[in-house]
Design a protein around this ligand. Structure first.
Ligand code: DAH
Length: 339
């Protein structure tokens, strides 16, 4: 028995395996229920009483050494082995949670896209503006009541500094540094001192368009408006122009489109009129051209301005303006399918 134990001890101490399968075979050979060591344990009861102590000690030593050796080898392959089990390289990757574009960005990009195809380029200006660019250069006289049309945020310490109330301010910024032909669109955020509700907010977004060249006429404006409406809301869309007033355009108009929610039949959204207003426009007032250094005897132009929220409401029927700035994931995720 002792000789057998010795022999096994020698074997065990030099055990080698070159992969996990070989190691498992060794474990079975030596340490499993039917393994060599257990066989010896079973024979233990036949050992003579005076030898039991020594044989017992040696048997235990053998078992521990075998276990230690197998464990040591396991560590070598263990890691490789686990990796192989956990990693399924054929599996498809975890889906990456993609963000979505904000609905206002989606619509702004669509507006930019339409006007870009007509040759307009983008111009930008500051949101913190001065009185000149927001009002004076656009023909608002100092005491002109039209200044009240837009509830302006003034900076108390310096009433000359305002948060722009419309992106028309970018018109004058561009005109003062360039000569016609000018063909720009100006997307951006604007601010007005309004109580926040489902239909008004203290900030919102506009896109302004300005075209100045020789012989620009109201017909050109009307054509661009019709094309824009059809591109934005579908080929069946009709437009209607109503006379209006803005200090910086003469004549001025507001444009309605046939309600794209009820198709013009009448619904709560269009207040059962079949039409919804979407923008203001007109021929640039000659005074505005002169105030900004452009010869009104040589050049004429048109301008238009629209609210991006309004267009987005029409396209996606968002009923509460506040949704646009609340960052509610449930709302934003609805636009995953848009681009
Ligand atoms: N700036 C005007 C507003 O905020 C919108 C507008 C109307 C812009 C007529 C224009 C225009 O360029 O011609 O209400």
């Amino acid at each position: 028995m002792i000789a057998k134990i010795k022999q096994l001890l020698e074997e065990v101490e030099t055990l080698k395996a070159s992969n996990a399968e070989e190691l498992e075979a060794l474990r079975i050979k030596y340490l499993s229920k039917k393994g060599a060591i257990n066989d010896l344990m079973a024979d233990f009861r036949n050992v003579a009483a005076d030898q039991k102590k020594e044989v017992g000690m040696r048997l235990n030593e053998l078992k521990t050494k075998a276990q230690d050796r197998i464990n040591a080898l396991k560590e070598q392959f263990g890691n490789q082995d686990n990796t192989a089990c956990d990693l399924d390289l054929t599996r498809s990757a975890y889906p990456v949670q993609l963000g979505t574009r904000h609905p206002l960005t989606i619509v702004k990009n669509e507006i930019i896209d339409i006007f870009s195809r007509l040759g307009f380029s983008i111009a930008e200006g500051p949101e913190i503006e001065d009185d000149w660019h927001v009002f004076s250069a656009l023909n608002f006289a100092p005491e002109h009541p039209a200044r009240d049309m837009q509830d302006t945020f003034f900076i108390e310490a310096n009433p000359d500094v305002v948060l722009r109330t419309h992106t028309s301010s970018v018109q004058s910024r561009v005109m003062e540094v360039s000569q016609p032909p000018i063909r720009i669109i100006c997307p951006g955020r604007v601010y007005r001192n309004e109580a926040i509700s489902y239909r008004a907010h203290c900030f919102f977004h506009q896109v302004e368009a300005l075209y100045i060249d020789k012989d620009v006429s109201f017909t050109d404006l009307k054509q661009v408006l019709l094309l824009f409406a059809k591109e934005m809301f579908g080929a069946d869309t009709k437009i209607r122009l109503r006379p209006s007033y803005f200090p910086f355009t003469e004549p001025s108009a507001e444009m309605d489109i046939s309600c794209n929610i009820c198709g013009g039949k009448g619904c709560p959204f269009c207040k059962h009129t079949g039409w919804v207003e979407i923008l203001g426009c007109g021929m640039v007032d000659p005074n505005v051209l002169e105030l900004n250094g452009i010869d009104s005897k040589v050049y004429s132009g048109y301008a238009l301005g629209m609210g991006i929220e309004r267009i987005t409401n029409l396209k996606y029927q968002v009923k509460d303006l506040r949704m646009f700035s609340e960052n509610d994931m449930r709302f934003l995720k609805e636009f995953e399918a848009a681009y």
